[in-house]
Design a protein around this ligand. Structure first.
Ligand SMILES: Cc1cc2nc3c(=O)[nH]c(=O)nc-3n(C[C@H](O)[C@H](O)[C@H](O)COP(=O)(O)OP(=O)(O)OC[C@H]3O[C@@H](n4cnc5c(N)ncnc54)[C@H](O)[C@@H]3O)c2cc1C
Length: 333
């Protein structure tokens, strides 16, 4: 059996994404359980910085310098480069782990077609299973389909496959000593799907990112509009946290999709999740249920979020948000 490869994702600034460290940590655990070699791959115009970061999690990282990644869609270029590396490898990987970001999903789809292997999407947990379970020894992938209504465990029917790991499912743990970075074999005549990037727009961030925030102040339809979110932004600032939102608030155009939490948004794992005017629909819950403490403010005593919040305050958020902000300001002196 071949090993496990992790394809790291590089952000707009050329840095390795946080989820890539999580994917590498999950892949390392699979490798240890299944006695498999684990390597990272970074394909980018300037891969060295991100590769050095990925090597803090993995013993070996291959780099592919790929200037065309700047002008063609990242997933198409990376998929073609990774498929070429797999084709040239003396020991091609059995499994490829990719972070489930929008680009990661694109990459997994393209790679699946090029390598002719299946993808298990939206993994919320990974373990190693043995053949006694009726399928070949290999990864057992936990997923939460139907908006988290059920939890399933799946395996590949053969001994190859791609796993898309959701964010915040694993705590990224660096190695005691960083691994080494090697240049991957260059492949000429790359066959990349003819889609060109004609413009890049960097989303204007209005505050800290929800990705690694310890405190998230989240708002739903009950917040009433963008001005209500300004109040949540002030509260988040006082708490050193980030603002999140439900899909209803995003669809209404009040806030940016980048802060949507849930099935079709991000998965977060803060220490404290403050939810204002959020009903607690299953598709939202699936993205925030792993928060350590959930505090919900809702004027409806029967709102579903009351069933899983640690503290459920039945009140009008229009009164609670300014009062809480005033109390925090007074405490700060
Ligand atoms: C395929 C699919 C994917 C989806 N993906 C997501 C996803 O990723 N994320 C997501 O969030 N949703 C997602 N949804 C939508 C989801 O089903 C819900 O519709 C959405 O989460 C509801 O958002 P909400 O809680 O803001 O709004 P609502 O359900 O309308 O709830 C608003 C809440 O605010 C309360 N409220 C109103 N006014 C006040 C006030 N003044 N003070 C206090 N409380 C007040 C109300 O009592 C109510 O409980 C998805 C749906 C589908 C079908």
């Amino acid at each position: 059996m071949g090993g496990v490869w992790v394809v790291g994702e590089v952000d707009a600034a050329g840095a390795l994404t946080k989820l890539s460290g999580e994917a590498a940590t999950a892949a390392r655990a699979l490798g240890e359980a299944g006695s498999l070699d684990v390597r990272g791959v970074i394909v980018a115009a300037e891969p060295d910085g991100a590769a050095a970061s990925l090597a803090t999690f993995l013993p070996v990282v291959l780099t592919v310098r790929s200037p065309e990644a700047l002008e063609q869609t990242a997933a198409a270029v990376i998929a073609a480069r990774v498929a070429a590396l797999v084709g040239a490898a003396t020991e091609p990987p059995s499994y490829v782990v990719v972070g489930a970001t929008p680009d990661g999903r694109d990459l997994a789809g393209a790679l699946s077609a090029l390598l002719e292997v299946g993808v298990l999407v939206g993994a919320t947990g990974l373990a190693w299973g043995n053949a006694a379970e009726g399928v070949p020894a290999g990864p057992r992938v936990e997923m939460q389909p139907f908006g988290g209504r059920i939890v399933t465990t799946s395996a590949f029917t053969g001994d190859r496959g791609i796993i898309l790991l959701r964010s915040n499912m694993v705590v990224a743990e660096p190695l005691a000593a960083p691994g080494r970075v090697e240049a991957g074999a260059a492949v000429e005549g790359l066959d990349v799907a003819p889609v060109r990037v004609v413009e890049r727009i960097v989303a204007q961030s209005t505050g800290p990112s929800i990705d690694g925030a310890r405190v998230i102040v989240s708002g739903g339809r009950g917040v009433g509009g963008p001005e209500g979110f300004a109040g949540l932004g002030e509260l988040a600032g006082l708490l050193g946290g980030a603002v999140g939102a439900t899909r209803a608030a995003v669809d209404a155009g009040w806030v940016d999709y980048a802060i949507q939490i849930g099935q079709t948004g991000k998965t977060v794992k803060p220490a404290v999740y403050l939810a204002f005017g959020v009903s607690g629909a299953i598709q939202h819950k699936v993205g925030m249920q792993t928060a350590e403490t959930i505090v919900a403010v809702n004027r409806d005593p029967d709102a579903p979020i009351g069933e899983f919040a640690d503290l459920f305050v039945v009140a009008d958020l229009a009164a609670v948000v300014p009062a809480l902000a005033a109390a925090l300001r007074a405490r700060a002196g």
